[in-house]
Design a protein around this ligand. Sequence first.
Ligand SMILES: [Zn+2]
Length: 402
Amino acid sequence: MVKELTTTSGNWNEELIYLLFDQFTSVKILKIYINIYSKNKMIWTFTTHGDFTTKSFQTHLNSIAGGPYNLNDTTFPWKIFWAVKKLALKVHNFMWILLHNGIEVAHKVGRFVEGVPIECHFCNVADETADHLFLHCPFAQAILFASPLGLRLDNNEVTIETLVANWLLLKDDDYHFCLGSNLFWAISKARNTLVFERKQVYIDAVLQQGHYWFNLYYKENYDPMIQSHPQEHTTTPAHEMIRWSPPTEGTIKINIDAAIKNWRSSNAAVTRDHQGVLIGAETSISNYCIPLIAEANGFVLAVKLVNRMVFEKFVIESNSLTMIQILKGELTRFPWRIISILNELRTATSRFPQVEYNFMSRRANDTGHILAKFVVKHNVHELWTSSQPPSCISSALLADVV
Ligand SMILES: [Zn+2]
């Protein structure tokens, strides 16, 4: 029984776990978030949402058998692919590897190395296959849609191979292929930054990186030092213009953010009223390093902070697209790793008549972002009141109301 591995306060019994299991297993167990109020539930670990599906069973059987090789070398327009000139060589090579299923995504690695999580690092909702990572993940979809491609994929069956082949056959001077390839390359870089450097990545930054390499090679005589404003096919992503806005009177807004450093995560919640006046702020530190768990904990921190106040209506703003989609009911299945946190959040918000969740670009969430980074660096678990705001965010607070 798992219960026998916990203390009376509901936390893991570290001493007992280290006694019973080897160090590797113990560390993995201790990283699992437990909620003492949740009921036990059977979980099918071959899907990220924990429910059994025949597709996941089939995929598991395929993976044991070695997996299918899916590129059709005879019908793919390789001649056109290699004739493209306006693409950086490193991006061209990257696309060749991607089309040959050679990118080391978690799903592939997890087939051979036991203990490697196979979930997508951006959303934790699905297995990290190449098609998911670059096409169907909410993170990739937000990038492809916000880019000049304006790509919205309603069909989950679309694969990288079919999409790229279509781009190549467009006769649009390779515009779609070059821009799409640079965006894929930027997504791949962002994924590696998140996985190997444990740094947070942002949609705006990935778009900028993709545009930069696209402009540099696609446009003749493009000088990045002079041409700072995107022209022709490129447009400024709409959210670059977005800035923090106050809530309506009688409602408070809590901006939250999480930061991860040295295998620990921090959360910050900054609460303001309709005039942009700080009401309170709180931070916390934990050992959960999976980005989605860290972000989910930020929502719990925000609700706990509001529970100490007299307000009945509040809106929580976060730059975690996945969490906002889950809380708005836009994703039907949740990653099982955060189910107990979502239950805790539902219980904590049940007494409030009005709770809203907003996605907000990091550019409009300076206060939460700066505070979360400060906290993980200086290891501060603290509660601030309106009369004594945290000094590191004082100028960001002012800038938001100017
Ligand atoms: Zn994903």
